[in-house]
Design a binder for this molecule. Structure first.
Ligand code: BG6
Length: 299
């Protein structure tokens, strides 16, 4: 069990965390988790053409999205500023059990973020690795004197042998917004297992009446990885569950080709399964904490 700092691509610093036969790597740039290998199985995808220049968001891994998803506010970059922040620092490393380790990175509001968004906050990214699974959690605390509204999302790129061979179970009967449609009306998912034959860009909507269950990814019908998620708002003495939507994205050949740091040939190598609080802006009062977590269980 260990957590060591190493030089990554282009000399950018990263942490390498190991527990039993599992390894995770996370770059300080954007606190972007870029590797999860469990018993020799690579679960996280990073583009062969990703740009590691300490400025651009890393194409792949688990980019952290806050305080906006997409670009509803044109004054701020798409998906906010956490995924490109260069201010992330290691804040703690804790061995929880003989095969379980937790590592936390933090950053907070600074000159750069205040250019886009006039609020004080602390952000913590907590990674817990064990021999059976990986859990990570983005925690945003409002340290301002005023309430703010925000989105959060974990933009996870799951590495798959081929997008043509995978199916995902768990979405049936849920409503989703199809970001590729001109209509913003929700559509109902009819498929017991979602397969991919063209570009997909959807937001599955989590509601108390229809909450999104664990999602099971299969490759050629065989269990591959289970993806679960949760969002919470924590106050001094209580917490409440928040809706936790799931974005499903694969750009397919044309859009992948338009992204210089991805490339047309690479679209079959991943699927993005992205839990987040994105359908509604979440209000956070001073001192409240929004917790967004995702668990990956290789099967
Ligand atoms: C997804 C969005 O979450 O992120 C897509 O639903 C978007 O619409 C994709 O294209 C990638 O975004 P970016 O900013 O990393 O290119």
């Amino acid at each position: 069990m260990s957590c060591v700092q190493l030089e990554g691509i282009n000399g950018l610093p990263k942490l390498q965390i190991t527990a039993a036969k599992s390894v995770v790597e996370v770059y300080f740039h954007g606190a972007t988790l870029t590797k999860y290998v469990a018993n020799g199985k690579e679960i996280i995808y990073v583009s062969e053409n990703a740009i590691f220049d300490g400025v651009k968001a890393i194409r792949g891994g688990v980019p952290l999205v806050f305080p906006q998803f997409s670009r509803p506010l044109a004054s701020m970059p798409q998906h906010g500023f956490l995924r490109t922040a260069s201010t992330w620092k290691l804040s703690s490393t804790t061995v929880l059990a003989p095969d379980e380790i937790t590592v936390a990175l933090t950053t907070s509001a600074n000159e750069e973020t205040l250019k886009y968004w006039p609020y004080q906050f602390n952000a913590t990214f907590i990674i817990t690795l064990s021999s059976t699974h990986l859990k990570y959690s983005l925690q945003i605390q409002n340290t301002d004197n005023n309430a703010f509204l925000c989105h959060t999302l974990l933009h996870t790129y799951i590495k798959v042998p081929s997008i043509h061979d995978i199916t995902i179970k768990g979405f049936q009967n849920l409503s989703y917004i199809d970001k590729l449609s001109t209509s913003s009306l929700p559509v109902q998912e009819t498929h017991a297992a979602v397969a991919f034959t063209s570009e997909v860009d959807r937001i599955y909507i989590d509601t108390p009446a229809q909450s999104i269950p664990d999602l099971d990814v299969a490759v050629e019908g065989k269990p591959y990885v289970r993806v679960s998620k949760r969002a919470l708002r924590v106050t001094v003495d209580a917490f409440e569950d928040l809706p936790c939507d799931v974005v499903l994205w694969n750009p397919w050949v044309k859009k992948a080709g338009e992204l210089a740091d991805l490339g047309a040939d690479n679209f079959p190598k991943f699927v993005c399964i992205e839990p987040g609080t994105v359908i509604n802006w979440i209000p956070l009062e001073p001192q409240q904490i929004l917790v967004l977590e995702q668990v990956l269980v290789p099967l």
